[in-house]
Design a protein around this ligand. Structure first.
Ligand code: SAH
Length: 346
C-alpha cells in the first residue's frame, strides 16, 4: 500500500500518471490531503473511477486522539495520538503572543539515551513517517480549531536519526498549496548527530537548528548524553560553526539547567565561550523532573549566578518560560505515563 500523504507533489503526479489519470488530478489530491481529508469518498471533485483506483493501492494516514490534557495555567494542550499500528506519540500545542507553536515528535521512542530524558527510557521503537509528522500538526490544528504558525521538532525522538522522513515532512509542511508554514518558523532540535549537519546544510532550508548542548565540557556532556561519546564538544562546536558558514543561520544552544551537574560558574564561562564562537543564542531550560531520573532542576540562586556569568560575557540568552507544567508537558512524559498505567493494569 502507498502512503499517499507522505508523497511530495511531484511524486503524487508520477503516481497519478501511472494510474492513467491526467496530471492535474495530483494537485487536487494533494489539496485534499493537505486539508486533512481522511477518506477518498470525501474528495468530492475527484471522479469515482479515480477514487476507486486510488483506494486499490493507496491509503490516507490518520491519527486517532488517545488522550488530551489542557493546562489550566496557560492553555497549553498536550495530545497523545495513536498511530495506525497502535503505537503512540505526543504533540504539544503552546500558545504565545506571536501565535501557536506545536512541538512534534519525530520517532516512537529514541535510541540516544540521554540520562535526564523520559523519551529514552524505552529505547527506539520506530521512525515516524512524513505523513505522521504532518498529521501531528494537522490534527492539532483541527482539534484546537486554531492555526499553527510555528513548529519545533523537539518532541520524542532524534530527528537526525530519521533524516529522510524529517526532510520530507519539512518540504510537505512548507508547500504553499499545503500547510504553508515558513521555514523560518520551524526549528529542529538535535542531540548533536554531527555527521548529518552537512547534509542538513545542503538542503538549504531556512529553519533554525537547535543543538541540545546541556554541558560545555566532555566529562559532563558524555555522562548526560551518550551521543557525546566518540564525538566530543569541540567537534560539535566546529560543526555548528560550519553550519552557520554554509547557511548563514545561527544555531541555538539548548541548555537544561540541572542542579549541581551543569550549572557551575565555570561551566557558564565555558558555555559563554562556545556560544560566542559560533554566535549561538542560548536557551536556558528549567529541567523538568522525570520520575525515573535522579536529576533535579537548578535552584534559583544557582540560576542567578549562572546568568550573571553569561551577562558579563555578553551572551545572547533567554530563559525558557515553562508552559504546561501541570500537564506532563515535557518530552515523552505523557506517552510514558500511559505505558506505566498499562503496566499497572496488566
Ligand atoms: N532529540 C532531540 C529532540 C528531542 S528532545 C534533541 O536531543 O534535541 C527536545 C529537548 O528537550 C532537548 O533539548 C532535550 O535535551 C530536552 N529535554 C529532554 N528531557 C528533558 C527534561 N527532563 N527537562 C528539560 N529538557 C529536557
Amino acid at each position: 500500500m502507498t502512503d499517499l500523504k507522505s508523497l511530495l507533489p511531484d511524486e503524487l503526479e508520477e503516481y497519478v500518471l501511472a494510474l492513467g489519470e491526467p496530471k492535474f488530478r495530483a494537485k487536487q489530491l494533494f489539496q485534499w490531503l493537505a486539508k486533512g481529508a481522511e477518506s477518498f469518498e470525501q474528495m468530492s471533485n475527484l471522479p469515482k473511477g479515480f477514487r476507486e483506483k486510488l483506494s486499490a493501492d493507496g491509503y490516507v494516514d490518520t491519527l486517532k486522539l488517545l488522550r488530551k490534557q489542557v493546562s489550566a495555567e496557560d492553555g497549553t494542550i498536550k495530545y497523545l495520538w495513536q498511530l495506525h499500528d497502535g503505537n503512540a506519540v505526543e504533540t504539544v500545542l503552546m500558545r504565545y503572543k506571536h501565535g501557536n507553536s506545536v512541538c512534534i515528535s519525530s520517532q516512537v521512542g529514541c535510541r540516544q539515551g540521554c540520562a535526564f530524558c523520559a523519551s529514552a527510557i524505552g529505547g527506539l521503537v520506530r521512525n515516524l513517517t512524513a505523513a505522521e509528522m504532518l498529521g501531528e500538526v494537522m490534527y492539532s490544528e483541527k482539534d484546537s480549531g486554531e492555526k499553527v504558525s510555528n513548529i519545533v521538532i523537539m518532541g520524542i525522538g532524534e530527528p537526525l536519526d530519521n533524516f529522510d522522513n524529517v526532510i520530507r515532512f519539512l518540504r510537505l509542511v512548507n508547500r504553499p498549496e499545503g500547510m504553508n508554514i515558513g521555514m523560518r518558523h520551524i526549528s529542529l532540535s538535535t542531540c548533536g548527530i554531527i555527521e548529518r549537519f552537512e547534509d542538513l546544510a545542503r538542503e538549504d532550508m531556512q529553519m533554525t537548528l537547535a543543538v541540545s548542548l546541556h554541558a560545555p565540557d566532555d566529562e559532563t556532556r558524555s555522562r548526560l548524553m551518550p551521543a557525546n561519546r566518540g564525538r566530543g564538544v569541540a567537534r560539535l562546536i566546529d560543526a555548528c560553526q560550519d553550519y552557520y558558514k554554509r547557511t548563514g543561520r545561527r544555531v541555538t544552544f539548548e541548555y537544561a539547567m540541572i542542579n549541581e551537574v551543569n550549572d557551575s560558574p565555570v561551566q557558564a564561562k565555558q558555555l559563554a565561550s562556545a556560544a560566542k564562537r559560533v554566535g549561538a543564542h542560548v536557551n536556558l531550560i528549567p529541567l523538568n523532573h522525570v520520575e525515573e531520573r535522579q536529576f533535579q532542576p537548578t535552584t534559583p540562586e544557582r540560576m542567578k549566578d549562572f546568568c550573571r556569568v553569561l551577562d558579563k560575557a555578553g551572551v545572547n540568552y533567554t530563559i525558557r518560560r515553562k508552559l504546561g507544567g501541570d500537564v506532563d508537558a515535557s518530552c515523552g512524559q505523557l506517552r510514558r505515563s500511559r505505558e506505566l498505567e498499562e503496566r499497572r493494569q496488566e
